[in-house]
Design a protein around this ligand. Structure first.
Ligand SMILES: C[S@@+](CC[C@H](N)C(=O)[O-])C[C@H]1O[C@@H](n2cnc3c(N)ncnc32)[C@H](O)[C@@H]1O
Length: 386
């Protein structure tokens, strides 16, 4: 059996050579044994399973080499909990990812985005395995790190692992991270590893003026990104999307589940129309951010054909109004087949948002400015009449 140290060095070398792991974080990544933070059971997606419960458990005891390989895979998130800890499928199979150890490459990019210096304090929202908190503790000293986890079982596991690995000075709080942790505020930096759609104001209030809030931002549509916000003296924070990342929801902002089998009904009664707008506009990062902001409560799911063709189908679902739509792409077509059903004409809304985006000069995701105030969140395109 290959030694964990071999996998650890291979992961760090790969992250360093891609430039994602910056030199100042290399020592921390080499010093924290990631596999010690990974629970005995992890889950992977099995695409051959045809129902919703396609997350299949992998037990370390049954396949230790694969488990270790996954623990040090630079570009894979490792699923560490499904269905809020109660797998809904047979044989511990799960339907929804509810905790994970984030991809090491994304961890490295987010840590670099914090612009930390050694005397700073950090509050992390979403402890998960505790791996990220351990990296922070190695870099800053454990007493400078506070981390908050909503799920009591996950928090207990992380607290225990952090202590075992030598970082018992980390303050691991069991609670709702949306409220922050005022007892140890103000922080120089706040880092979330679960995604809100609306950034909770306590994160801004508990960060020092001049400090930074770095958080993934998620939308029901499925477009999101990594936000970096700077806190001002007036207690507001402003910033932009700085990276393309996808994270699980901050649990208290999680939208209702929307699956094709539950949301798509009466397919033979759907209207049939055609459009010349390329369906890829609905899925590409920059237009998708604009659609997500202009078409509320709409979930987008894209499926590629399983044959060798380039065909794909994009679905749009709003279970609360019982509306759905789909558009089909085929490689040599110049107009595309659309089906819609329900009180909302979801494709028409998405198409209008795409055309607005094109008319606005095809703004990049990073051109949207986010402002967080005690009254809420505003998102504006600086140079655009909205
Ligand atoms: C992607 S995982 C975190 C990865 C983690 N930082 C690591 O190093 O393994 C996201 C975590 O956020 C937690 N979470 C979700 N909503 C939360 C909330 N409102 N407050 C605190 N934790 C939350 C989830 O339970 C989950 O464990």
């Amino acid at each position: 059996m290959t030694e964990p140290a071999h996998y650890l060095r291979r992961m760090v070398d790969e992250l360093s050579s891609s430039g994602e792991l910056t030199p100042e974080w290399r020592e921390s990544f080499l010093s924290v044994p990631r596999h010690m933070f990974i629970p005995e059971i992890v889950w992977y997606q099995d695409l051959t399973i045809k129902d919703d419960n396609d997350l299949v458990p992998l037990r370390r005891a049954e396949d230790p080499e694969t488990w270790l390989e996954l623990a040090y895979a630079p570009r894979k998130a490792l699923v560490t909990q499904v269905d809020d800890g109660c797998p809904v499928g047979p044989g511990l199979r799960g339907c929804t990812i509810t905790s994970s150890a984030s991809q090491p490459t994304v961890v490295a990019r987010m840590l670099a985005a914090l612009n930390l210096t050694p005397e700073m304090t950090v509050c992390e929202i979403g402890t998960g395995t505790g791996y990220n908190a351990a990296l922070l503790a190695h870099y800053l000293g454990a007493h400078s790190v506070t981390t908050i986890e909503l799920d009591p079982q996950i928090a207990a596991y992380a607290r225990q692992t952090l202590a075992h690995v030598g970082y018992d000075g980390v303050t691991t709080v069991t609670g709702n991270g949306s409220h922050g942790y005022p007892s140890r505020a103000p922080y120089d930096r706040l880092l979330a590893t679960c995604a809100p759609c609306r950034v909770p104001y306590p994160w801004v209030a508990q960060t020092r003026p001049g400090g930074q809030v770095v958080t993934p931002w998620e939308t029901p549509y499925g477009a999101g990104g990594l936000l970096s916000l700077t806190v001002s003296d007036d207690g507001t924070a402003t910033g932009t999307i700085i990276d393309n990342v996808a994270f699980m929801w901050l649990r208290d902002q999680r939208p209702p589940r929307a699956s094709l089998c539950e949301s798509v009904y009466n397919r033979d009664q759907a209207s049939v129309t055609y459009t010349d707008l390329h369906p890829a506009y609905a899925t590409n990062f920059d237009p998708a951010v604009a659609i997500a902001l202009r078409v509320p409560h709409c979930r987008m799911i894209c499926y590629s054909a399983i044959d060798d063709s380039e065909a794909f189908t994009v679905w749009f679902l709003d279970p609360s109004s019982r509306s759905w739509a789909k558009i089909d792409y085929e490689s040599d077509a110049d107009h595309y087949h659309v089906n819609q059903l329900g009180p909302r004409r979801l494709w028409d809304e998405v198409e209008a948002a795409c055309r607005w985006w094109l008319q606005a000069g095809s703004p990049k995701a990073e051109q949207w400015t986010f402002t967080i105030t005690p009254e809420g969140q505003r998102v504006n395109l600086v140079s655009c009449r909205s």
